[in-house]
Design a binder for this molecule. Structure first.
Ligand code: 5MM
Length: 340
């Protein structure tokens, strides 16, 4: 695939008013989500739940792409249409979680490195044949006493860059996801410092691995106070710190920054994105690639019962609509009232 084709896919994932749905929870994560609503995590239930999300009427107004887990990429609707085909018919681009998860980094207690490079070229080639047009790889940076170490940041940045290079070689747009974990007592200032150092290292490695930035997207965490920090930064402070940090570290050649929600409430994730877009004047699109912040209220409303599916779809549609408005800095509290 040519560089130009990669660029057009990357751009098609961040058009005005649209963002990405992260529905790539692995088996262990989706089990945790289903446990919270007392639903057994069987392959059949996961398929039914995801079909409900993907067939929500009007999703394509606000959702440009959906990140899938390998199992979902191979599944079909009840009527037999493969999910990537269903999404393509709605103009939604399918993506694939390419990593095999974070594992303990030997010699560095408290830190992880994301694995999945072995056999990646072959797996990605098959995913592309199944309909995926982009990939996603998540690296986790834990914050704590003496953490992260430079070695922890370097190992994760190196793996992200190797993944991104293989993705582009195979013809998939790599979404590069360095998540500075929000759990901890750290201040927003410390989060900003670590996020900036991580992003700078990630772009150093992407450059070293000859990755074409125009054909990539960045999926980062926002600059936030740690969940247990006694002083919690407000919405405007988070927006200013995040935009400042990204202006310093993310090259203008990157078409879009698509944030993860990381455990923030659905509403707060929307408010933060809205405040960033209200600041404006950034070289990249500022969008979303939320998992929990898009699915949380939907999952709760569904509760595993088909009788609740239509209501759950309406909630999903409204959540996507609120985030679409946040892409323009035009989200208002009144939209939540309408959603309720
Ligand atoms: C950080 O999680 C990603 C974004 O979701 P949130 O908006 O909820 O933070 C998400 O794509 C995550 O990488 C996937 O759910 C994969 O999860 P697991 O835990 O199975 O690797």
């Amino acid at each position: 695939m040519s560089t130009q084709e990669l660029e057009s896919i990357a751009q098609a994932l961040v058009p005005a008013g649209k963002g990405i749905l992260a529905a790539d929870e692995g088996t262990a994560t989706i089990k945790r989500r289903f446990d919270s609503i007392n639903v057994e995590s069987t392959e059949a239930n996961r398929r039914v739940y995801r079909e409900m999300l993907f067939t929500t009427p009007g999703t394509e107004e606000f959702i440009s792409g959906i990140i899938l887990f390998e199992e979902t990429l191979r599944q079909s609707t009840e009527g037999g249409t493969p999910f990537p085909e269903l999404l393509a018919s709605k103009g939604i681009i399918s993506g694939i979680k390419a990593d095999t998860g974070p594992h303990d980094l030997a010699g560095f207690p408290g830190e992880t490195v994301t694995e999945g490079l072995d056999g990646l070229r072959e797996r990605l080639t098959e995913y592309r044949e199944l309909g995926a047009k982009f990939g996603k790889w998540r690296a986790v940076i834990n914050v704590g006493d003496g953490l992260p170490t430079q070695s922890g940041i370097d190992a994760n940045a190196h793996a992200l860059a190797r993944y991104a290079a293989i993705c582009q070689e195979v013809g998939l747009v790599p979404i590069v996801e360095p998540e500075v974990f929000m759990e901890g007592t750290h201040t927003i200032e410390r989060c900003e410092e670590i996020t900036e150092a991580t992003l700078k290292r990630v772009y150093f490695e992407l450059h070293a691995h000859r990755v074409v930035l125009e054909g990539t997207l960045l999926k980062p965490s926002m600059v936030l106070s740690g969940t247990d920090c006694p002083v919690q930064a407000g919405v405007q402070e988070v927006a200013e710190a995040t935009v400042r940090c990204f202006r310093r570290a993310v090259p203008a050649a990157v078409p879009g920054v698509v944030f993860l929600s990381g455990g923030q409430s659905a509403k707060l994730a929307t408010e933060h994105l809205n405040a960033m877009n209200a600041i404006g004047n950034c070289p990249w699109e500022l969008s979303f690639s939320y998992g929990r912040a898009l699915q949380g209220p939907t999952l709760e409303a569904w509760g595993g019962k088909s009788a609740n599916a239509a209501k759950a779809q309406k909630i999903f549609y409204q959540r996507a609509k609120c985030n679409s408005a946040a892409r323009y800095g035009k989200y208002t509290q009144q939209m939540e009232a309408l959603a309720a």
